[in-house]
Design a protein around this ligand. Structure first.
Ligand SMILES: Cc1ncc(COP(=O)(O)O)c(C=O)c1O
Length: 383
């Protein structure tokens, strides 16, 4: 007999009981009045969480479906998009455009760092043919967040270009006022900071983006945004059968977040991230990300010399029931990543920190006992 594991992954994340319960409601007709009411409320609430007046759509797919939707709707084959590549997910964003024949101008940034306003400006200066800039706001593979995102938005919009943002791992967990920052197309998914199971992607579309979409004509059946708009406007429905139970779950989660207060919900991620960074520093550990780019939602920690991330994670999972992630590719065994997303209370934070400490001890890395917890506590006072 054991309790559920604590899922401290950078997605999927722990789901609160009220969201699970909402999922278990009996099935309804996805073309009936009850659905129309739920779906309308969901869209309104999602727009509040996105902080946007733009159109918003729900896709039955994981986050990659949202990325594929952007890649297949906006630009014509041969047109150019600038994509800063600074980790696995920004590489995937670039690949998605390539699949649809869009020419990607890649701006390589050293892993652990993030693209800056200056880098984007000079890349755009060099190539006046670029029509859009697509940025991963939070690079989940390296635990970095583009702190220049608002300035980059300004550079992009001042040039009359389209600004596409993959906010899959961060929307709801850090500041992202979509309209204020000039984001034309913003993509997220349910299984991260929205504390909902995986399976839905959300995508917002500005007026400027619609102009591009109507001109380019979607080259996709399933992710055709013009079809999504028609079904939403005429029927408050989706063109294809949606994951109805996930719609119930997301509807509940959005209500929960708004009742709690969006700013407070985001603030909880910020405070808890400070607890993690300060705890691990006190334990003598270091981080993969440069300081100015550190993410609030993915804490990427370098494993100490002689310790493999796989061994650490195995002890944490087996002995303490705490599940964290390793690195991607070359970082596989040299970092471990904690998802600080969605439901965050002192319980999640302290259990994770103490299980890192106890597991490291077993692997002969001895931090001063209790140093992590002591350093974390001041940040957890009003979490
Ligand atoms: C930044 C980012 N983009 C894209 C994805 C892909 O999302 P999914 O696995 O939901 O398809 C992820 C998943 O972790 C991500 O973190």
């Amino acid at each position: 007999m054991s309790l559920p594991q604590l899922i401290m992954l950078p997605g999927p994340t722990n789901v609160p009981p009220r969201v699970y319960s909402a999922m278990c409601k009996p099935m309804i007709n996805h073309r009936g009045a009850e659905f129309h009411e739920i779906f309308s409320r969901l869209l309104e609430n999602a727009k509040r969480v996105f902080q946007t007046e733009n159109d918003l759509f729900v896709l039955t797919s994981s986050g990659t479906g949202g990325v594929e939707c952007a890649a297949s709707n906006i630009l014509l084959p041969g047109e150019k998009v600038l994509v800063p590549v600074y980790g696995t997910f920004s590489e995937r964003l670039s690949d998605a455009f390539k699949v649809y024949g869009v020419k990607v101008v890649e701006l390589k940034v050293e892993m652990g760092k993030t693209p800056t306003k200056e880098l984007i400006s000079s890349a755009l200066e060099k190539d006046p043919e670029i029509k859009a800039v697509a940025v991963v706001y939070n690079e989940t593979s390296t635990g970095t967040t583009v702190r220049d995102l608002p300035e980059i938005g300004k550079v992009v919009k001042d040039r009359g270009l389209l600004f596409i943002v993959d906010a899959i791992s961060v929307l709801g967990g850090d500041d992202l006022p979509t309209d204020k920052w000039g984001v034309d197309v913003c993509i997220t998914a349910t299984q991260k900071c929205l504390a909902t199971p995986p399976g839905l992607a959300l995508i917002s579309v500005s007026k400027d983006a619609w102009k591009m979409i109507e001109r380019a004509k979607p080259r996709t059946e399933y992710f055709d945004l013009i079809k999504y708009r028609k079904f939403r406007d005429e029927k408050r429905e989706t063109p294809f059968t949606p994951a109805v139970n996930l719609i119930f779950a997301l509807d509940e989660a959005l209500q929960m977040i708004l009742e709690y207060g969006l700013e407070r919900w985001i603030g909880r991620h910020k405070k808890a991230s400070m607890a993690y960074y300060s705890a691990f520093s006190a334990m003598g550990l270091s981080f993969f990300a440069e300081e100015r780019s550190r993410s609030n939602v993915v804490i990427a920690v370098n494993t100490p010399a002689g310790v493999a991330s796989k061994d650490l994670r195995e002890i944490m999972r087996k002995k303490y029931g705490v599940v964290v992630a390793g690195g991607f590719g070359t970082l596989k065994d040299s970092i471990f990543r904690i998802g600080n997303m969605g439901v965050i209370t002192p319980k999640e934070v302290l259990t994770t920190i103490s299980s890192v400490e106890a597991s490291l001890q077993e692997l002969n890395y001895k931090a001063p006992p209790g140093s992590g917890i002591s350093a974390a506590l001041p940040f957890l006072k009003d979490l």
